[in-house]
Design a protein around this ligand. Structure first.
Ligand code: 3HC
Length: 703
């Protein structure tokens, strides 16, 4: 963990105004040393007769973005942020917060405890605590409704979204927005105000008690309906906002404190905080020590199917110039239709203005010729998952690309090193594995083979980050088939599910069990959505493991033409093209006949059995990937599962879940299952090691 700077707060003077300047890079988090520094500086300023007003400001790119989240798991240190905010509000000289960058969470709460707030024009502010499974715990739930009313305050706290300085001023959260030098404006403002103006004494929005209560009641009903009565943080936020009206501020602050502590102690908050840091750890690639990303302005994509078009949209949305190459006129037209449909939908739904949609499309060049590739800084091959097809295209790309261009293949399971070799410049070639739908899925796995250059890897990472997506590094060894993290785990997940299907469970039961765990869709709903023929082709192209039990149910379905949503029939039947299916009775018949043929007497699986087995399979596959060095840290696996496969974020990911159960219990459960199917249930060496050493996966995480 990074050490906070020794003196993260300085006290300066400009005539009769004292400036408390926070400097705690990178984001001025309000850790214990910063809080102590602000309290000491404030006391010094208040006891200085030459000071008439105080400005709280921050150096660097932003005003504090909140409490230091890492401290949530440590013993509390005085002053708490809540105590500090009370100290600021109780100051007998005017205190002005000068906000630049993003004032978030505890940072905004500090600003609300100040008597006045001035912000740069491009500043933004918000209370994102709900995204960490908690609530503003430094007076935010009490002061925000007093400043902007319960409706807007609940909007901000229940969504965690940010507002611009301009909007914040309209709401009454900011007193002055400036395009000039913030510090100078804040000092001038400080000289213009005479008295402190404690937010807690502001009764403007509390005066109409019945309107206030009606707002709270409506929001309580909405949260109950949408999230349930046991959704901890949202319901506690509403309780606290209600307390702001009904209780004196001191008691309201106590209610808030105890609600905050309950939330922080919850499993969900621990999971969400883990996910936050896991995403940031995943972005730390070892190649950063050796190389920096090269600038990427123009990208080219070869293959304009669903994946290629999705990547093109993601790139256009992030301001890249895109050349998309498809075969023949019909291929070009189909790609144009797909991309055009996305923009039409976005405009119709009000996500983009017509002008924005049209402007994005002016950066798209669609062609059926490869000769435009020479201008691109990054070329992504996104044709069908067939080695020979990809190898042919990559070899052409290799001969056309400019010398320093990075070439990427979107393969999901073919041999990356062998594909890279076909370009004739393996060092410049990497894997960029997007997940469908690529325009919206947040995850990209970056495949790093043995001879990939740090420069190419870092350029790929820079591109993925510029798309606003989360990158996870997968070390793909030569000759290693399904090299990436996500697919290898998905294979184990599916295998565990298929074994239960063959042995007695139904697709709907397995899907239901996984939905109740927190996945949005179960494995068979996902299979129907992706198209059963895709997985079928993949199974047929791979040599079978003679030791593994092969479940033929999906193959038999494909051979009947039941391909999922695209054919209207898969594990479910989709009437009139609807996305919500009803169980397909013919599949149940097919499964029953299949079991009878194999002499399998169906057995019962409870929902718990189903969840346990699937989670064991996921964790064991994850442990295997750690042992093989494909995944660098357990938290990378968590990030892949959350973003790529919808693992419930509040659980932090499968490896965090495994730690809660403990690796030794997992290893002993696996040993019970191992005789049934050793290839799936045989414990991975890393898991066995952790069990023996009484360690956890978290012990293998690196920052
Ligand atoms: N505490 C501790 N570390 C933090 C932090 C925080 N609140 N916010 C960011 N960081 C760290 C990150 O872990 C990262 O560290 P690293 O370099 O070692 O990986 C570094 O700061 C930079 O962060 P990002 O990579 O995320 O930088 P970006 O520029 O992409 O994003 C940001 C900046 C929008 C501020 C984003 O970091 C963010 O959303 N941070 C969390 C904000 C938040 O949730 N605030 C509320 C905290 S809870 C609270 O305040 C409780 C209070 O009510 C009592």
């Amino acid at each position: 963990m990074k050490q906070a700077p020794k003196h993260p707060v300085r006290l300066e003077r400009q005539g009769n105004v004292s400036l408390i300047v926070i400097e705690n890079p990178p984001v001025n988090a309000l850790g214990a040393a910063v809080r102590r520094g602000i309290a000491a500086a404030l006391n010094a300023a208040l006891s200085n007769d030459k000071t008439d007003a105080v400005v709280i400001a921050a150096n660097g790119r932003t005003f504090p973005v909140g409490a230091d989240i890492r401290e949530f798991d440590m013993a509390p240190q005085q002053p708490s942020l809540s105590q500090l905010c009370s100290l600021v509000e109780d100051a007998r000289k005017p205190v002005i917060a000068a906000i630049q960058g993003t004032a978030l969470g505890g940072g905004l709460e500090l600003a609300m405890a100040a008597h006045y707030r001035i912000a740069s024009k491009d500043a933004r502010m918000g209370l994102p605590e709900i995204k960490l499974g908690t609530l503003p715990g430094a007076g935010g739930t009490q002061r925000l409704p007093r400043l902007i009313g319960p409706e807007l305050a609940l909007d901000m706290m229940l969504t965690g979204s940010q507002v611009s300085a301009g909007i914040a001023a309209e709401m009454g959260l900011i007193d002055l927005v400036t395009s000039n030098d913030l510090r100078a404006e804040a000092v001038a403002f400080a000289r213009s105000v005479k008295e402190p103006r404690p937010t807690s004494q502001n009764r403007t929005h509390l005066s109409d008690g019945s309107a206030y209560m009606a707002t709270v009641a409506a929001r309580r009903a909405q949260v109950k309906m949408e999230l349930g009565a046991d959704a901890l943080a949202p319901n506690k936020i509403i309780d606290c906002v209600e307390s702001a009206l009904l209780l004196p501020v001191e008691t309201g602050l106590q209610v808030e404190r105890s609600a905050f502590e309950d939330c922080i102690a919850s499993r969900e908050s621990a999971g969400l905080r883990h996910a936050f840091f896991a995403e940031r750890a995943a972005a730390k690639f070892p190649e950063a020590a050796e190389a920096k990303p090269e600038p990427v302005d123009r990208i080219a994509i070869v293959g304009g199917g669903l994946m290629g078009s999705g990547i093109a949209i993601a790139a256009l949305q992030s301001g890249f110039a895109v050349t998309l190459v498809e075969q023949g006129e019909s291929g070009v037209n189909a790609a144009l239709e797909r991309i055009g449909a996305f923009y039409e939908r976005s405009v119709a739904k009000g996500r983009l203005s017509e002008a924005q949609g049209a402007a994005a499309l002016t950066h798209l060049q669609l062609t059926n010729k490869l000769d435009g590739l020479g201008e691109a800084d990054l070329i992504i091959e996104a044709v069908a998952e067939d080695f020979d097809l990809k190898a042919g295209i990559l070899s052409e790309i290799g001969s056309l690309a400019k010398p320093d261009a990075v070439i990427a293949t979107n393969t999901s399971y073919l041999d990356l090193a062998a594909l890279a070799a076909t370009t004739g410049r393996a060092a410049n070639t990497i894997g960029l594995h997007f997940f469908a739908p690529a325009q919206s899925n947040a995850l990209v796995e970056i495949g790093v083979h043995d001879t990939a250059s740090p420069q190419a890897v870092m350029t790929g990472l820079g591109f993925v980050r510029a798309l606003g997506k989360t990158a996870v590094r997968a070390r793909v060894h030569a000759g290693f088939g399904s090299g990436y993290i996500g697919n290898a785990i998905l294979e184990a997940y599916r295998h565990a599910a298929d074994l239960m299907l063959e042995d007695g469970a139904t697709p709907a039961q397995i899907d239901g069990a996984m939905r109740s765990f927190g996945f949005r869709l179960g494995p068979y709903q996902v299979a129907d959505m992706s198209g059963l023929d895709i997985a079928y082709a993949r199974r047929k192209s791979k040599p079978r493991d003679p030791e593994a039990r092969y479940v033929e149910i999906a193959d038999k379905m494909v051979e009947q033409g039941w391909l999922g949503q695209k054919s209207g029939r898969g594990y479910y039947i989709y009437i009139d093209g609807q996305r919500q299916g009803v169980p397909n009775g013919d599949v149940l018949k097919l499964i029953a006949e299949h079991r009878a043929k194999l002499g399998i007497t169906p057995r019962k699986f409870t929902d718990r059995d189903i969840r346990d087995r699937i989670l064991l399979a996921i964790v064991n596959a994850g442990a295997r990937l750690l042992g093989e060095g494909v995944a660098a840290r357990p938290s990378d696996i968590d990030t892949v599962m959350i973003h790529g496969f919808g693992y419930p974020r509040g659980r932090g990911g499968p490896m965090m879940d495994a730690d809660a159960t403990t690796p030794s219990i997992i290893a002993s459960r696996l040993s019970i299952l191992a005789p049934e199917e050793p290839t799936l249930w045989g414990a991975a060496p890393v898991l066995t090691m952790l069990a023996q050493e009484r360690q956890k996966f978290a012990d293998l995480n690196t920052a």
